[in-house]
Ligand binder design. Structure first.
Ligand code: S3P
Length: 439
């Protein structure tokens, strides 16, 4: 499935259950491995990224049972936790593929282990900045080496006794916050993290669900050394970042009416919903339940005429992974849209400002790249053409949705990377759109 082409469809209708949340699936795999007892997670995301996390812990002696399809035809994961002190030194280099979340959070855990580990990844991961996590972890007592003084993988980490720190994040990053908090489980005294804007708080919520001593004091998250974590059973909320492609598709394709069920509605993740509403999107959102301290519920989406929006720095952390697909919505909205304060997009799986602006321009959008985002003037219809995924899963999926509102269709080359986060993407899209993308 290296290249895929999407053409206009007549509607997006029906009920849609998005796959399990990627951020939560990573964290459950890690915390389940460190817990006492057997954890069970239904609706687990069995995409390449999360399978990479599982394999890294397998290499450290943790036993998992991945059931590709449970009775509801969704994957589930069972983990026999080894306890906080039970990991074994890996006997080979851990290859974490494309996943920044795995590398950064794992560094936090490894900082507290009495052994050495070697971490690497694919060409994209080797270019992503790690100093943001290696710096606080070194301050806590870990020894980390790698290119550019520990900024780039391959990295070697020698963990050991840690001391708690009070860390002020310069950027709003859940991965940095999580790495420091996970190391804090092993550190003497208190470890706390303060961020300029609150980033996704799954680690805090799940640590509490596993029984760890974590609390929020004002804007600061504080964790203490943990004696043990207790195994849990939960259903993973659907991934709002995956659902975002279907939300924008249903807004843009005429005569659409889509009901999304079981989707995560964590308040630190829903910036996209607020922005789309400000653009005139017809969205009905309802929280229906909670799993592991995470709210989830339903979103009903109907075709809407959208107007331009302004995304400012304070909003960026709550919709960081949705910005690529939001740019597609902006490209087809009435009037001007401005996205600013989003320079973090430049250090994702690819430089997503560049990948999106390049592709948008190629298919007939009116867009201008700026250092921290872009400016767009909406058009009624995109011309279409060929774009590159830049080997980035969210860029690939965004442009397939753009194909639904193009004259000639949009061909995405390098679409295999969609497996990183959403193996069933084309199957789900076909089911709801009547389309015929290869599955
Ligand atoms: C994630 C945090 C975000 C996000 C990434 C997943 C997480 O990254 O973009 O896809 O699971 O903690 P940053 O922490 O770098 O902002």
């Amino acid at each position: 499935m290296n290249s895929l082409t999407a053409y206009p469809v007549s509607r997006i209708c029906g009920e849609y259950l998005p796959p399990g949340d990627k951020s939560i699936s990573h964290r459950l795999t890690m915390l389940g491995a460190l817990a006492q007892g057997t954890s069970h997670f239904t609706h687990f995301l069995n995409a390449d990224d999360c399978l990479g996390t599982m394999k890294a812990f397998q290499a450290m002696g943790v036993r998992f049972r991945l059931n590709e399809q449970d009775e509801n035809e969704r994957p589930s994961l069972t983990v026999d936790g080894v306890g906080l002190q039970g990991l074994k030194p890996p006997s080979y280099e851990l290859d974490l593929g494309n996943s920044g979340t795995t590398m950064r959070l794992l560094l936090g855990i490894l900082a507290g282990q009495p052994f050495e580990a070697h971490l690497t990844g694919d060409n994209s991961l080797k270019k992503r900045p790690m100093r943001r996590v290696t710096e606080p972890l070194k301050k806590m007592g870990a020894r980390i080496t790698g290119r550019d003084n520990g900024n780039f993988a391959p990295l070697t980490i020698q963990g050991g006794p840690l001391t708690g720190i009070s860390w002020e994040n310069q950027i709003a990053s859940a991965q940095v916050k999580s790495a420091v908090l996970l190391a804090g489980l092993y550190a003497d005294g208190e470890t706390s993290v303060l961020e300029p804007v609150v980033s996704r708080d799954h680690t805090e919520r799940l640590l509490a669900a596993f029984g760890a001593p974590v609390k929020r004091i004002g804007a600061r998250v504080v964790v203490e050394r943990a004696n043990q974590l207790q195994a849990i059973r939960i259903r993973v909320p659907g991934d709002l970042s995956s659902a975002a492609f279907f939300i924008v598709a249903a807004l843009l394709v005429p005569q659409s009416d889509l009901l999304i069920r079981g989707v995560g509605l964590n308040p630190t993740r829903i910036g996209m919903i607020d922005v789309l509403k400000s653009m005139g999107a017809n969205l009905e959102v309802k929280v229906t339940e909670e799993q592991g301290g995470e709210p989830l519920g339903e979103i009903r989406v109907r075709t809407s005429r959208l107007r331009g929006c302004k995304v400012t720095r304070d909003l960026v952390p709550s919709l960081i992974d949705e910005l690529p697909i939001l740019m597609i919505a902006c490209a087809l909205a009435d009037g001007e849209s401005v996205i600013q304060g989003a320079e973090e997009l430049r250090v994702k799986e690819t430089d997503r400002i560049h990948s999106m602006v390049t592709g948008l321009y190629a298919i007939g959008a009116r867009v201008k790249e700026v250092s921290d985002g872009c400016v767009m003037e909406g058009v009624r219809e995109l011309k279409g053409g060929t774009v590159s995924s830049f080997e980035d899963h969210r860029t690939a999926m965004s442009f397939l949705i753009a194909g639904f509102r193009s004259k000639e269709g949009v061909r995405v080359s390098g679409a295999g990377c969609i497996q990183t986060s959403y193996p069933g993407f084309t199957r789900d899209l076909n089911l709801l759109s009547g389309g015929t993308l290869p599955v």
